[in-house]
Design a protein around this ligand. Structure first.
Ligand code: G1P
Ligand code: ZN
Length: 545
């Protein structure tokens, strides 16, 4: 057994507070001597079951992935882990990691990713911690990890040469075994259990053309295997399919701004019947049809309404959940299906208890995240297959499916305006000022209606009764419209303000307006009340979804 030795680094690092999905900082910060190591030390001191346990380890292939795997293996051996499951080239998507944890009864996973943030030496890096249920670590654990970093002065590590991740195989560092698996295979088997892939395959051969953009990130190898090998879509269907350390300079976030090439192919050139993209670590998805962008809130509603098209959900859904800023489109569907619908704070971890206690089957967020009880993370490629499954059963186009949906349930016009890289004090000042205004807004006219309710959202977990406060400012109008204001917890440069706008149009209304036009009164009233333009100095949002 190589001897574990202590590295003293003196004054502990004070800025290691994990956000909604772990510690996310610039690659440069992670390259400071002992920075990564001290955070990993705090994980190994805090995560239950490390002594003698099994850990899943991998990442989205970004710059820093390989070095972090080496460090974590050496530190894992020093801390008495029995077994580590990692993957070829260390490539492992977040949903695939969740599946590996569950399949192998692991104590959890360390996933190396900054999700949809850019990568490379000048981009971001991240360390996410998942627990034994397969989901993101609950706040109690990330808080404990954070407190641990506050007093750390040393960490334990062994010396060992890097383990080869070039092929499937078994290795060891002292008493700890390391299993290198094909990170794609188990995930594909899971998808085969959930969906009727033959049906999708026949459908896409009948003049229903598809394209997928992996944005040079983790989903490339998964999508190639699924779409081109199993579904037999033409070679080249998966674009940007090789995970690159800097994602080829692109921002691996599947939205209309950062996946513009794909959006142009579908919305402008209208070359394909269906298009989709996933983010850096494979948990987000964007769905496009020919000349049709599917809003993620609508996507959750459509999947819920048509869940029985997929074998995995043919016997019905226990319930559904959405994050608070996600539109209420799914609520309307749940009501008709007579199933419970939960509203949680932003962040996937809040769905965990609901999934574990079997209260829900599907869940989603407006931020291009959708998932189900098959894992404990949102799952980009799963959503793509689910959409294709529904279209293959209904034998219709995306635009037809959306129109049918709105004609039945009505449409929630929805948009999110992001103001990125704002100086932190300005963003916080704006937020605090707006919060103070909330009580006075009640009863006043707003966006063509009047304010019925205004608060800072807090959540009582129905399973363990834990309370989470301060989850975003809500202004709810008499006609059901809403404006929500939040500060992002995942940015690394300054602060990001997110404004979420929503208005319901019943089935008989005009359902084909441009959302920005349909929401223009809400937008104007919010902008003027919050003084967002003068306070931020930005005449328009950085990203409009
Ligand atoms: C963002 C999204 C949120 C998602 C999180 C992790 O967080 O808004 O829905 O769960 O990324 O993917 P935010 O930056 O808004 O805190
Ligand atoms: Zn992600």
């Amino acid at each position: 057994m190589p001897t574990a030795y202590k590295v003293q680094f003196g004054e502990p690092f004070r800025d290691q507070k994990p956000g909604t999905s772990g510690l996310r900082k610039s690659s440069k910060q992670f390259e400071q001597p002992h920075y990564l190591e001290s955070f990993v030390e705090a994980i190994f001191r805090t995560l239950p079951g490390v002594q003698g346990g099994t850990l899943v380890l991998g990442g989205d292939g970004r710059y820093g992935n390989r070095r972090a795997i080496d460090v974590i293996l050496r530190m894992g051996a020093a801390h008495g882990l029995r077994h580590v499951i990692t993957t070829i080239d260390g490539i492992l998507s977040t949903p695939a990691a969740s599946n590996l944890i569950r399949k192998n009864n692991a104590i959890g996973a360390i996933i190396l990713s900054a999700s949809h943030n850019s990568g490379g030496p000048d981009g971001d890096f991240g360390v996410k911690i998942n627990g034994s249920n397969g989901g993101p670590a609950p706040e109690s654990l990330t808080n404990a990890i954070y407190s641990c970093t506050q007093n750390l002065e040393e960490y334990l590590i062994v010396d060992h040469l890097p383990i080869s991740l070039k092929e499937v195989g078994k290795h060891s560092i002292g008493a700890m075994t390391i299993e290198v698996v094909d990170g794609v295979e188990d995930y594909i088997s899971l998808m085969q259990k959930l969906f009727d892939l033959d049906k999708i395959s026949s459908f896409i051969k009948e003049d229903f053309t598809i394209v997928f953009d992996a944005l040079n990130a983790v989903t490339g190898p998964y999508a190639k295997r699924l779409l081109e090998d199993l579904l037999q879509a033409p070679s080249g269907t998966v674009r940007n399919s090789i995970p690159l350390e800097d994602f080829g300079g692109c921002h691996p976030d599947p939205n209309l701004t950062y996946a513009k090439d794909l959006a142009d192919l579908l919305l402008k050139e209208q070359r394909y019947s269906f298009g989709a993209a996933c983010d850096g670590d494979g948990d987000r998805n964007m769905i496009l049809g020919r000349a049709c962008f599917v809003n993620p809130s609508d996507s959750l509603a459509v999947l819920t309404a048509n869940a029985s098209c997929a074998p995995a959900y043919s016997s019905g859904l226990k319930g559904v959940a959405r994050s608070m800023p996600t539109s209420a489109a799914v609520d309307v569907v749940a009501k008709q299906l007579d199933i419970p619908c939960f509203e949680t704070p932003t962040g996937w971890k809040f769905f965990g208890n609901l999934l574990d206690s079997d209260r829900i089957t599907l869940c989603g967020e407006e931020s291009f995240g959708t998932g189900s009880n098959h894992v404990r993370e949102k799952d980009g490629l799963w959503a793509v297959l689910f959409w294709l499954q529904i279209l293959s059963v209904k034998q219709c186009s995306v635009v037809d499916l959306m129109s049918q949906h709105w004609r039945r349930f009505g449409r929630h016009y929805y948009s999110r305006h992001d103001y990125e890289s704002i100086p932190t004090h300005i963003a916080h000042g704006l937020y605090e000022k707006f919060e103070l205004m909330l009580p006075e807004l009640i009863g006043t006219s707003f966006g063509g209606s009047s304010v019925q309710h205004a608060d800072n959202f807090s959540y009582v977990d129905p399973v363990d009764s834990s309370v989470t406060n301060g989850q975003g400012l809500r202004v709810i109008l008499q006609d059901g419209s809403r404006v929500v204001l939040r500060l992002s917890g995942t940015g690394t440069q300054g602060a990001t303000i997110r404004v979420y706008l929503e208005q319901y149009a019943p089935p008989e209304a005009n359902l084909n307006q441009n959302p920005q036009l349909a929401l223009k009164d809400l937008i104007a009233d919010f902008n003027s009340l919050s003084e967002i333009t003068s306070l931020t100095g930005m005449v328009k949002p950085t990203v409009i979804t």
